[in-house]
Write a protein that binds this ligand. Structure first.
Ligand code: TTP
Ligand code: MG
Length: 350
């Protein structure tokens, strides 16, 4: 049986804070994006379990959290630090050698391939132990026949747990769950389903698949299959190469858009060719200008989707470069792609 292991760090930002401030462990505290002076204006990003006991949770206005627990400790979010800890966790996970998808800052999915539930559970225990020992953080792991199911059983096993959901248990397990529990079902989809009289996942399984497609497009089909225990989602292993780029000195220093754009096209073509060779596509574009006084400036843009299109790369690079070309003469230009992923085929739906 092909199995997926899904891991989600427990109360992640707050756990990172406890790691560097152990004295916080005994106190109820929240992490939020506002400064301490304006804490009442923001929302809670996350909080430790001591605060959760008072009903405080992610996305709650901080002002409300303070009403529930007046002596609540407030910490301002430190994204850079959490990203650094996240990178350590992800590197540890990738070290096991399975295709590994970094799903978010504190979640990842590992494609274990054909294996038994016993070996998967054994592995889950080892991973959990290693993250605790080497990084010092708690996590929860779910194992099932697909990414969606593994994530759901992971959520249900929180905190500090391991949950195994076997293939034959999936359908009964889903039956009475709210549709929102399914990955990708947000408020809008939930509302559309509600208008069809569907609130539980088991009701999706009994609905007319054609009607689901009519109302929800191809996601309707996917949901229908998921509700029947068929999870076609793939674990998309992230690329080991972090970026692919090219840079080159202009024949003559220039501030003419035409000269620079010609070079951008040349570089973009080379980058797309290299990406093609490695079977990658990109979501981030970055350009660099080095000026005649040897100073440099870089501009980045994140696209909405991954792509391998030369037009998109060149078009984005040219737009970004416009912001860098002005008074100063440019000597050298660079085009770089990042947020790379192995190119996926069309998402497979039966
Ligand atoms: P989650 O994994 O959803 O939450 P968590 O790790 O804090 O708690 P749990 O033990 O239930 O997994 O999110 C990961 C981090 O993302 C979380 O620590 C803070 C951040 N986050 C926000 O900034 N805003 C939000 O609304 C949520 C839900 C999370
Ligand atoms: Mg988490």
């Amino acid at each position: 049986m092909g199995l997926v292991l899904f891991i989600d760090m427990d109360y992640f930002f707050a756990a990172c804070e406890e790691l560097r401030h152990p004295e916080l462990k005994s106190k109820a505290f929240v992490v939020g994006t506002s400064t301490i002076a304006k804490k009442e204006k923001g929302v809670v990003q996350t909080c430790n379990y001591a605060a959760r006991k008072f009903g405080i949770h992610s996305a709650m206005p901080t002002a409300q959290a303070l009403r529930l627990k007046p002596d609540l400790v407030y910490l301002e979010s430190d994204d850079e630090y959490y990203s650094m800890v996240s990178e350590k966790v992800m590197a540890l996970l990738k070290g096991y050698g399975f295709p590994t998808e970094v799903v978010s800052i504190d979640e990842a999915a590992l494609d274990l391939g054909e294996t038994s539930y016993e070996s998967a559970e054994e592995l889950a225990k080892r991973i959990k132990g290693k993250i605790k020992k080497e990084i010092g953080l708690p996590c929860t792991i779910g194992v099932s026949t697909g990414k969606n199911y593994a994530k759901m059983v992971c959520d249900d096993s929180k905190p500090n747990g391991i949950g195994i959901l076997k293939g034959e248990e999936v359908v009964p397990y889903l039956k009475d769950k709210k549709v929102e529990k399914m990955l990708g079902v947000g408020r809008k989809t939930a509302e559309r389903l509600a208008s069809m009289g569907i609130e539980k996942i088991g009701e999706i399984a009994n609905a007319d698949p054609n009607l689901l497609v009519e109302r929800l497009g191809s996601f309707g089909k996917e949901l229908y299959l998921l509700s029947k225990g068929i999870d076609n989602s793939k674990v998309v292993g992230s690329a080991s190469v972090l970026s692919v780029g090219r840079e080159r000195t202009l024949e003559k220093e220039s501030r003419s858009a035409q000269d620079i754009e010609r070079m951008l096209m040349e570089l973009s073509k080379e980058v797309v060719k290299e990406l093609g060779k490695q079977g990658l596509w990109f979501k981030g574009v970055s350009v660099k200008a080095r000026y005649s006084d040897f100073t440099e400036r870089i501009k980045n843009r994140k696209l909405n989707n991954h792509t391998d299109s030369l037009d998109t790369l060149y078009g984005t690079a040219a737009q970004l470069m416009k912001e860098l070309v002005g008074e100063k003469y440019v000597r050298k230009v660079g085009v770089r792609t990042y947020l790379l992923e192995k190119r996926a085929g069309q998402r497979k739906i039966l």
